[in-house]
Design a protein around this ligand. Structure first.
Ligand code: MEV
Length: 425
């Protein structure tokens, strides 16, 4: 059998139905799973079971990013996002990275950090020592909260005290629990363990416990992706690949050094990351919180990526960030579209999912800074944005593309002009 490839040249030119059929074949989707893509997603009755005061559902476009080769395996990436250009840009960047052998990824174990706040501690040093001397007992108590995670090889890994001598209300002790969550995002597992541990922590430290909650700065649970783009793949009509590679290095250096630029640079990364996190039913606020705090962990907000010209003159890039995603529990197993998205992705573990997400972030960033450092992003973006403008101006489904084309031709992509064009068409 031919190797399964995620290279689908001309995928964007297919009709919606043709695209769904191609992806259904590729991912071996059942009729029901494919129907989910065609408006059969989350039903209001299911939404009513998921949140309080439900009114209905909120839809986002779901697209497929192509060309991803990660650790030698091909992936089609489902992405839920409302912003034009994101899918086209990331697929294009993944194609360039593919030419350099694709992405290489790695992860730490899926270890989340949980925190217990301890106040009114009589003696900090004695309290920290007490946590250490009771470590075995405390880890065992934490493990008793979730025998299933322990059965699958996860569970409590470490517990220790971190004094915070200077807070606005004076010193406090923070106890950190490290808990390996395996394929779960782990919020429930770790928060349950923290609540169970707190009374005993109060007893052995002589203090009073208050907050018991996980930290989204999941720096013990990171995913990393690396890629090399052969310089010649970056060449444009006007610029050599070597020149473009150098400009991308300069663009990255700007974001490393300047928080104003880093904020936008990282936003571009999160365009890709959030879209996969949402499509797979994961907690994108948690991933956002983790990424942003990790980018500022050394006291100055900086870029999440590094791009530089390597010794061969090619472009080397990498990204590392916290990656608290799960494949069990939460919306991943309840939301019909998330279930189908995970099937399309074909990942077997939460760790594999996290590594794919890191690769998407790296590719999305390459796409953005490649465009910014050469032609600028408006040219490509306006072409795609024009369709949304035409829709917002009230174009009917069969008018949208024609009105959008006219707006682009006139280099005048705005709602007022779109309304005029609709009125005279
Ligand atoms: C737009 O959504 C994202 C960019 O601003 C990212 C960047 O500037 O790197 C293009």
């Amino acid at each position: 059998m031919a190797e399964k490839t995620s290279r689908f040249p001309g995928f964007y030119k297919l009709t919606l139905a043709e695209r769904v059929s191609k992806i259904a074949d590729w991912a071996d989707l059942s009729v029901e799973e494919a129907a989910v893509l065609n408006g059969g997603g989350l039903q209001p009755q299911q939404a009513d079971m998921m949140i309080e005061n439900a009114l209905g559902t909120f839809e986002l476009p779901l697209g497929a990013a192509c060309n991803f080769l990660i650790n030698g395996k091909d992936y089609i990436i489902p992405m839920a996002v409302e912003e034009p250009s994101v899918l086209a840009a990331v697929s294009n960047a993944a194609r360039k990275i593919r030419a350099g052998g694709g992405f290489q990824t790695e992860s730490t174990d899926p270890v989340m950090i949980g925190q217990i706040q301890v106040l009114d501690v009589p003696d900090m040093e004695t309290a920290v020592a007490a946590i250490t001397s009771h470590k075995a007992e405390l880890l065992q108590t934490a493990n008793e909260c979730d025998p299933v995670i322990v059965k699958f090889g996860g569970g409590a890994r470490d517990i220790y005290g971190r004094p915070l001598p200077h807070t606005p209300i004076g010193p406090m002790l923070i106890v950190h629990l490290h808990f390996d969550c395996r394929d779960a995002m782990g919020a429930n597992a770790i928060n349950t363990a923290l609540e169970r541990l707190a009374p005993r922590i109060a007893e052995i430290t002589g203090g009073r416990t208050s907050l018991r909650i996980l930290s989204n700065l999941a720096d013990q649970r990171t995913a990393a992706a690396r890629a090399v783009v052969p310089a010649d793949k970056l060449a444009t009509g006007d610029l050599s690949g070597t020149e473009v590679a150098r400009r991308i290095e300069e663009a990255n250096a700007f974001a490393v050094a300047d928080p104003y630029r880093a904020a936008t640079h990282n936003k571009g990364i999160m365009n890709g990351i959030d879209a996969v996190v949402i499509a797979t039913g994961n907690d994108w606020r948690g991933i956002e919180a983790g990424a942003r705090s990790y980018a500022g962990r050394n006291g100055r907000y900086t870029a999440l990526t590094d791009w530089h010209v390597n010794e061969n003159g090619d472009l080397s890039g990498e990204i590392t960030l916290p990656m608290a995603v799960g494949m069990v529990g939460g919306a991943t197993k309840v939301h019909p579209t998330a279930k189908t998205a995970l099937k399309i992705l074909g990942v077997k573990t939460a760790t594999e999912l996290g590594e794919v997400i890191a690769a998407v972030g790296l590719a999305q960033n390459l796409a953005a800074i490649n465009a910014l450092a050469t032609v600028g992003i408006q040219r490509g973006h306006m072409r795609l944005h024009a369709r949304q403008v035409a829709m917002a101006a009230g174009a009917s489904n069969n008018q949208v593309q024609r009105i959008a084309d006219l707006l682009v031709q006139e280099k005048n992509v705005n709602i007022a002009r779109a309304k005029e064009l609709i009125a005279i068409s």
